[in-house]
Design a protein around this ligand. Structure first.
Ligand SMILES: *Cc1c(COP(=O)(O)O)cnc(C)c1O
Length: 377
């Protein structure tokens, strides 16, 4: 089976983890700050705060923004549920914006129409690894006095007009789940240029306590205060050691993903029933996902059958994503229903994610192309 995504771990990664296991610090030790420093350097952001997952990092962002009851946060309909869930964790209201049909990126015109006096932030998702239209999104956010957040869980290593994703929004969230560009098993990070946000997130990930055990020891004191309701969202040194080691290979990983994408692009160029998502000129796409739109009506096969047959042939196709507002939780608790985001809903019926990860050989890529081509012809 060729999975749609998976980690690439080598001996150096394993050694890095083993070293931490033999050290004094399994968590809240030196590797956490080192990993944060490496990521902030890479994405050219001043600050980085690591979390136990990308979802915890999103929650930290919503806390830093002080989202609460009555606050609205605009999110795209086409994303992983965690993007919207983080708003709800803080008792805020996610407001779903439709996406552009050719890229599945948040539609800036749709966002404009959804802004109200209660809007506090917009979360843009760099869907599949392609940066959103940051310039337009920043302009909208500035004009309305709201914050722009990037859910860049798909886009570590991507660029927008020559700038690294991670430095072009008020806060940017990354995930290190095994299917993402680099992995720590579970893990996440927020990068920001704002020191106040950074401070709030550090407190939030540590139970709402502003100093950690190292600072207390340095002061020679046992005393601490819990000043906010925080969580234990800390990442371990074991995970960060893996992250630091993985990060050295990021450039190669992204290059290989881009290479595979260009092989797919060429192979599907002449086929009328299959259309890869559009890629804008001003971006360097990081290809977390390779998504195509298939005209299932023309090929006389529904997606369920295509999916089943592909999996039976060893191709780990997937669908990213079911529009979030269609999930039972959002229908029940926020009254959302079909028709709210018609573009996302229509394109959802056509999309298929094909396998893409650095461990794939050219032979694997050809196998996928063969199976998909046969199905659409
Ligand atoms: C992976 C992902 C997340 C959540 O990250 P985890 O590390 O799995 O918690 C959030 N948003 C998007 C768009 C993602 O792809």
């Amino acid at each position: 089976m060729i999975p749609y995504g998976r980690q690439s771990i080598d001996e150096e990664d394993i050694q890095a983890v083993v070293e931490v296991l033999r050290s004094n610090w399994l968590t809240t030790g030196p590797k956490v700050g080192e990993f944060e420093a490496r990521v902030s350097e890479l994405v050219e952001a001043e600050h980085a705060v690591a979390f136990s997952s990308g979802t915890a990092a999103l929650h930290g962002v919503m806390f830093a923004l002080d989202i609460g009851v009555g606050d609205e946060v605009i999110v795209p309909a086409m994303t992983f549920a965690a993007t919207a869930n983080a708003v709800v964790y803080q008792r805020g209201t996610p407001v779903f914006a439709d996406v552009l049909g050719d890229t599945l990126l948040i539609d800036p015109a749709a966002v404009e129409t959804l802004i109200t006096p209660r809007t506090k932030a917009i979360v843009a998702v760099d869907y599949a690894g392609q940066p959103c239209e940051y310039e337009r999104m920043r302009d909208i956010a500035q004009r309305h006095g709201v914050r722009l957040i990037a859910d860049a869980c798909h886009a570590l290593g991507a660029k927008y007009r020559g700038k690294m994703v991670g430095s072009v929004a008020d806060m940017t969230v990354f995930s290190f789940h095994p299917v993402k560009h680099i992995t720590t098993g579970e893990g996440g990070m927020v990068t920001t240029g704002d020191m106040a946000f950074e401070k709030r997130m550090r407190v939030f990930r540590n139970h709402g306590i502003p100093c950690d055990h190292l600072e207390r020891r340095a002061k020679g004191s046992w005393y601490y205060e819990m000043v906010e309701l925080g969580y234990n969202y800390r990442i371990t040194d074991i995970q960060c050691a893996l992250g630091i080691s993985q990060l050295k290979k990021l450039q190669g990983f992204v290059n290989r993903r881009r290479e595979i994408a260009s092989i797919y692009d060429k192979a599907f160029e002449g086929l009328s029933n299959i259309t890869p998502l559009a890629v804008r000129d001003e971006v360097r796409h990081a290809y977390h996902l390779y998504v195509v739109r298939i005209d299932f009506q023309s090929i006389g096969c529904d997606r369920a059958r295509f999916f089943e047959e592909s999996v039976a042939k060893g191709i780990g196709v997937n669908v990213h994503y079911i529009p979030v507002h269609l999930h039972p939780f959002y229908r029940r608790c926020f009254g959302t229903s079909p028709g709210l985001c018609p573009v996302a809903e229509k394109v959802y019926e056509q999309i298929v994610t094909l396998p893409i990860h650095p461990g794939m050989s050219n032979g694997d890529v050809d196998t996928v192309i063969g199976v998909v081509t046969e199905a659409v012809e």
